[in-house]
Design a binder for this molecule. Structure first.
Ligand code: COA
Length: 297
C-alpha cells in the first residue's frame, strides 16, 4: 500500500487497551526478528510512570511511542514505531513532540533515549527534533564464566560512598558516560543517592590503588535475569583504567561463577581502556554501538 497524500492530518492521543491489535500489526516486522513491543505492551499501559501515545491518520493507527518518568525531572522515550506505509510523513515527529509536551507538564527537565549506530532514520528524526548525542555505550557480553583471581577489589561499604562519589566527580569515564548508568536499556543520571543504593544492596564493586585510593568502580544488577533470560547479570556502570577494569571484571566473573550465573551483559562506555580490558577477558564487542540522545525540555 502506498499512501499518496502530501498533507495528511496527524492526530496524537493517549493509547488505549483497544489499540492492541493495531499496534501489534505495525510492530510485526520492525526488525528481522520481530519486535519487543508486544511483550511489554500490557505493562506499558498499566505502569503508573508510563504513558503511550499513538498517532492516527484517517482513523488508522499509524505510530506509537512510549515514555516513562522513573526519576523526577527525567523522561525516557522508547519504542518509536511508524507503520512502514506512513513513514516520512511526520508521524514520529508529531508523537515525540506530544511526548515532550506531556513530560514537560509532568515536571521533566530532560528527555533521553537510545538508538543504535545503524539506525539512520531514528538519528535523522532526533537531529531534526533538536536531540543531541551525549554518550556512547557498547553492550559487551560473555558466557565465559570461570573462577578468577583479582587484586585490590571488594564490595563497597556504606562508609565508602563519599570517597567513591568524590572519585566520580573527576572521572573521565563518568564524563564520557554523561553521568549516566543503565538498567536494562534505560539510562538514568547517576546521583549520590543511586550510588548509595547500589552499595546498600551489595551491588557496587570498588577498586583501590596500592595507595588505598578509590580508582575504579562497577555497579551491577541482576534485573536481566528477571527480564530477559535466567541466570544472567548486567553491569550498570563501569569506571576505571585498563588494569582496574580487568581486576573488577575478574572479581565479577568470580562472583558469577560462585552464583552459577551463566552470562554477563556488560553495558560499558564505548571507550578503549574499558572495552579492550573486557575483550581481553573474553567479552565480545557488539556490531552496533548504542548512542544515548538528550534534549532539554
Ligand atoms: C524511526 C522512525 C520511527 C521514523 O518515523 P517517521 O514517522 O518516518 O519519521 P518522520 O516522518 O517524523 O521523520 C522526520 C524527519 O526525520 C528524517 N528521517 C526520517 N526517516 C528518515 C530516513 N529513513 N532517512 C533519512 N532521514 C529520515 C527526515 O528529515 C524526516 O523529515 P522529512 O521526511 O521531511 O525529510 C521509523 O523509521 C520507524 O518506525 N523505524 C523502525 C523502528 C525504529 O527504528 N524506531 C526507532 C528506535 S530508536
Amino acid at each position: 500500500m502506498k499512501i499518496m497524500s502530501e498533507k495528511l492530518q496527524i492526530r496524537v492521543r493517549r493509547a488505549r487497551t483497544s489499540d492492541r491489535a493495531a499496534v501489534f500489526k505495525i510492530c510485526e516486522k520492525t526488525w528481522s526478528w520481530g519486535d519487543y513491543v508486544p511483550k511489554v505492551w500490557d505493562r506499558w499501559l498499566k505502569d503508573k510512570n508510563s504513558r503511550v501515545f499513538v498517532a492516527i491518520i484517517n482513523e488508522t493507527l499509524v505510530g506509537i511511542t512510549q515514555l516513562s518518568i522513573d526519576k523526577p525531572h527525567e523522561v525516557w522515550l522508547r519504542g518509536a514505531r511508524t507503520d512502514s506505509n506512513y513513514r516520512r510523513m511526520g508521524v514520529a515527529t508529531a508523537i515525540t513532540k506530544k511526548c515532550l509536551e506531556y513530560a514537560k507538564r509532568k515536571g521533566a527537565k530532560v528527555a533521553r533515549l537510545v538508538t543504535e549506530t545503524d539506525n539512520i532514520a531514528a538519528q535523522a528524526v532526533l537531529q531534526k527534533l533538536g536531540f543531541q548525542p551525549i554518550a556512547e555505550f557498547a553492550e559487551m557480553t560473555t558466557e565465559k564464566i570461570a573462577q578468577a583471581e583479582s587484586k585490590g577489589v571488594k564490595w563497597a561499604k556504606e562508609d565508602e560512598a563519599e570517597a567513591m562519589w568524590a572519585y566520580l566527580q573527576t572521572s573521565e569515564i563518568y564524563r564520557r558516560s554523561a553521568g549516566l548508568y543503565t538498567i536494562l536499556y534505560q539510562w538514568f543520571s547517576l546521583e549520590k543517592q543511586d550510588l548509595k543504593r547500589f552499595i546498600e544492596k551489595r551491588k557496587a564493586i570498588m577498586h583501590k590503588s596500592r595507595e588505598g585510593e578509590v580508582d575504579g568502580l562497577a555497579l551491577i544488577d541482576d534485573v536481566t535475569a528477571r527480564e530477559w533470560h535466567g541466570n544472567t547479570i548486567q553491569t550498570c556502570y563501569i569506571d576505571g583504567d585498563y588494569d582496574a577494569v580487568l581486576d573488577m571484571t575478574r572479581f565479577l566473573k568470580n562472583h558469577c561463577y560462585m552464583l552459577g550465573v551463566k552470562k554477563i551483559y556488560a553495558l560499558t562506555p564505548n571507550y578503549k581502556p574499558v572495552t579492550t580490558a573486557l575483550e581481553r577477558l573474553g567479552f565480545k564487542m557488539p556490531d552496533e554501538i548504542s548512542i544515548v540522545y538528550e534534549k532539554r525540555i
